[in-house]
Structure formats: C-alpha cells, structure tokens
Design a protein around this ligand. Structure first.
Ligand code: ADP
Ligand code: GLC
Length: 489
C-alpha cells in the first residue's frame, strides 16, 4: 500500500510531545511490513535546509484565497527508507515554534499555516507523481487533508484514496475565529454544525472527525473514554455517532532508542538478569541532581510536559499540591524533568529550594530523561487523561515501576500491584486528588521498605512486557484496508 502520513511533528525533525515519536516509529514499522510510506510536514525554521535535498522547482498551492509558492525539500527517517517531504514557506514556517512560542498561546495564523500543509499534501503528490492509497492525518493540525479529500479532491487524481485520521490528543482541537475560515479554501456551504462550525467558530479537529473515512486513537481505553462527556472535550457526541469507524490501537515503543540493554545515554546498561547494574544509574542520577547518594532510599522520577493534562495542578499546585507533603512525610527522593506552564516551572524551582530531597530540572533534556528512567525506582504519572502515554511504557521496560492514574493508555499498560501475591507491574490510583496521589506514592514506598521481594518480582514482570510496534502497525494496515474497502463500496 502507498501511505502518506500528514503531520506537524516527526522525530528527529520536530517534536513537542509523543506525537512526533509515534508518527516516525509507526512509519518505520509499516515500511518494514513492505508498505511504501512517506511523510509530509512543514519545514520549520529549525530544520536545517542544508541537511535536506531540494526538489527542484517551486510548488504552487492554491488554498482558495491566493496562490502560495512553496519550496519542497526531502530527507529520510534515520536508518530507514521512509522519505520525508518538507513544505518550505518562509512566511508560514520560518519562525521558532511549532504551534506557538513556549509559554505563550498559539500563533494567530495557525489556520493559514496548517491549511497550507493540508493543501500542499495534495500538490506534493501530484508533483512527485505518487498518488497514495491512504492519506493518514495526525491530530488537528493535519486534519485539513482528509477534509479536502472528502470535499474537493475525490473527484480527480485521488478518487481511489481513502483517509484515516488519528486522534493523539482530543484536548487540542484547533479552534479559531470564523473570519479565518476562508483560509481553509472551503466554501461556506461546509460551515455547519456537523462540519467545521463549532459555536460560530472553526474547529479543525471536529471537521477532521466528521470527514475522515476511518478514525483511530492511541489506546483501546481512550477510544472508549472519548465517547463519554468527561473525556470527549465536547466531541463525544460525534464520536459516538462514528463509533463503528473508530479504532483504539496502542502505540509501541521504539526499542532502538528506549532499551536499557543498549541505551548509550545512561552510564550502565542492564537487563532483567543484570538488574543490579541499575544501582549505578541511580547513583549517577543522585549525583547529577545534587541529591544525597543513598541506594536505600527510593527515587520517584517524573518526565513530563507541565500541562494540566498531566495532573500537575494536583502535584505541584501551590498550597494544595501533594508533592510538598509527599517529600516532607515519606522517606524518598523526587526528581522532576519538565517544561511548560510558567506557574508550574516556578513552583518546581521553589520546591527545589525548600526541600533537600526534591530536585527539578526545568527545560527539555533528552539524555536526562533517559537517566531518570534508568536511575529511578518509581515513575509518577498521575494524568488527568492520557491518550496513550509513552513514559509509563519506557518505565516498565527500564524496571522502574510506574505509579499512574487508571485512564487511557495508562490503564491499558500498567497492572496494579496485588499486595497478597506480589503480582502487578505498578501502582494505580483512581481519583485524581492530591490525597490519592499521596496515598499511592506512600503505598509504593511502603512496599519498597517492607516487601522488597515484591518490588523485585514486579520489576522482572515489568521488564518482560512487549511494546513493539509490529503488532500495532499490522492493526493500522487492517484499518487502511477497511478504509479502502469503504470507499470502493
Ligand atoms: P505527551 O505526548 O502527551 O507529552 P507522551 O508520554 O506520549 O506524552 O510523550 C512524551 C514524550 O516527550 C516522551 O518521549 C518524553 O520522554 C518526552 N518529554 C516530555 N517532556 C520532556 C522533557 N522536559 N525533556 C525531555 N523529554 C521530554
Ligand atoms: C499525545 C498524548 C499521549 C500520546 C501521544 C502519542 O501527545 O498526550 O498520551 O502518547 O500523543 O500518540
């Protein structure tokens, strides 16, 4: 099958979250199954043109309001035969930031920027003479591709192309004032409540959900949750309506990057059989973060975007967040790596000053994220909602027991501790409150001090989990087949 991925992020070129990991790893896994997979994304300012190959000639894109001349560059995913095409347009993408600048709101011209991406996807295919069987769009910023396919493009070159739209996070929908609607290039006849219109504004995600042939999201539990008002961010109704076309497929882990046996970003590689070497990483982590070096005190690690989705208010909210109490009352150390909301960044700095057993690094740091996974004993992820979540899977593979909330992909991947038998792979909490986070971390620490044999058993079980992409890629291929069957009638 010929598959075009349309995305605003893909590692190693641009990343703000797990979306970037998922798109590249899925593409590689599909290519390994023998599919012809290609990716199209913007050439952001930070992606160095000198490292890319230019495809000669300008490419005209016609979103409706004016003709836009773009350039096209090409590269491949590292170590794989997956071509990546970059749409180059200075005015749209020649600036820092994917959706906006850190700490500020979205760029006001995001509708123009990502409409350009959607239109350019079709022009690119024409330019390179390659018409895909599947257009697979990821999250709201890519949603215009399936929308255009349905309303404008299905009559010509793309009459046999089907669309799949993956929701990585329903909390981000691309909602903007309707004065920006003309930039989509669609007529006002598509501006109605079962389409682009959302309380008299435009909503890219909603239009993508309505227009795509098949829908997927990144875990089976999240597929169910988003059909309910608590998790649907107002999209639950249309998702229930489309529930026969919605599939939940768990993300995998790129085990070339996240594998304690060959991870070059940590001082000591280890497997379940040589788990004693984890202690070397623990010591390195304690030293790097300026904590007391002590093998007998458990470390709770956190790596996260500092966003409400991740439960950061319940953890770090000034006055009521549980982190302060956890570190004051439970004998443990806590290490946090994160960037995001400004109030939370300053709270992390304040806590580091106040508590000798709490250390935070505010910013983005790939190698520290590996050291935290390898050197911690527990990994805390009390998300309000979590479509899939990658860090809890990394943690399991590194024998670092996750403490998670029972939601989305966390519920699908972490098995709760049974204190009678020592079965399980982590510690699961139901209610997102500072108290229940405190209780569950306390429960994990209690097991560490009093039931070490259970902790060791759980670690072995965690490290034996399989989160390869092969099986998930095969499931996507089935969805593609079903999408094609659907349009061919
Ligand atoms: P989300 O996409 O919602 O942020 P995921 O768990 O799917 O959540 O993916 C997050 C990815 O981003 C992981 O690969 C994680 O290691 C990485 N990450 C998040 N914050 C940081 C940070 N401050 N430094 C390094 N890596 C980070
Ligand atoms: C989103 C979700 C996260 C998921 C990632 C990749 O960013 O928040 O849970 O793992 O997408 O699908």
């Amino acid at each position: 099958m010929k598959i075009l991925m349309i995305t605003s992020e893909a590692v190693p070129f641009a990343k703000t979250g797990g979306l970037a990991d998922a798109v590249s790893a899925l593409s590689i896994a599909l290519a390994k199954l023998g599919h012809d997979v290609r990716i199209v994304m913007p050439r952001y300012y930070r992606i160095d043109r000198n490292k890319l190959k230019q495809i000669p000639g300008p490419m005209g894109v016609h979103p409706g309001y004016q003709e836009i001349w773009t350039g096209v560059y090409q590269s491949t995913l590292p170590g794989a035969e997956v071509p990546v095409y970059f749409i180059d347009h200075e005015q749209s993408f020649g600036r820092d930031g994917v959706y906006g600048v850190p700490g500020a709101t979205d760029f006001a011209d995001n509708p123009q920027r990502f409409s350009l991406l959607g239109h350019a996807a079709f022009q690119l295919c024409r330019k390179i003479g390659w018409i895909p069987d599947i257009m697979h769009a990821h999250d709201w910023a890519a949603s215009l591709a399936p929308i255009l396919l349905k309303f404008n493009e299905r009559h010509g070159d793309f009459s046999h192309t089907a669309s799949v739209f993956t929701i990585h996070n329903i909390g981000y929908q691309g909602i903007y004032g309707k004065h920006l609607y003309p930039y989509t290039g669609l007529g006002w006849d598509h501006f109605y409540s079962a389409g682009f219109e959302d309380w008299d504004r435009i909503n890219f995600l909603k239009a993508g959900i309505v227009s795509s042939d098949k829908l997927t999201t990144v875990s089976p539990t999240y597929a169910k949750e988003i059909q309910r008002p608590e998790f649907g961010f107002r999209m639950d109704g249309i998702l229930r309506y489309r529930s026969n076309d919605l599939y939940g497929i768990l993300n995998g882990v790129d085990t070339d990057i996240w594998n304690p046996a060959k991870d070059r970003l940590i001082p000591a590689q280890y497997t379940a059989r040589t788990i004693e070497k984890k202690a070397v990483n623990k010591e390195a982590l304690q030293k790097r973060m300026g904590l007391t070096v002590d093998a007998n005190i458990p470390i709770v690690g956190i790596v996260t975007r500092l966003a409400d989705q991740k439960g950061v208010a319940e953890l770090f909210g000034p006055a009521y967040g549980s982190a302060h109490r956890i570190c004051s009352e439970i004998k443990l150390q806590m290490v946090v790596l994160g960037a995001g909301e400004a109030w939370c960044e300053s709270e992390l700095v304040a806590l580091s000053h106040k508590l000798s057993n709490f250390r935070a690094y505010v910013g983005y740091d790939e190698s520290l994220s590996h050291l935290i996974e390898a050197g911690s004993d527990f990994f805390l992820m009390p998300s309000r909602y979590e479509p899939c979540g990658l860090n809890q899977m990394y943690s399991l593979l590194y024998g670092t027991l996750p403490i998670v909330r029972r939601t989305g992909g966390l519920a699908d991947t972490v098995e709760n501790y049974d204190e009678k038998t020592g079965e399980g792979t982590g510690f699961v909490l139901d209610n997102l409150t500072p108290q229940s986070i405190y209780d569950t971390v306390g429960w994990a620490a209690h097991a560490w001090y009093n039931k070490r044999e259970h902790i060791e058993k759980m670690r072995k079980r965690a490290m034996a989990q399989k989160f390869g992409w092969d099986e998930s890629a095969a499931r996507y291929a089935e969805v593609y087949e079903a999408a094609i069957k659907g349009i061919e009638g």
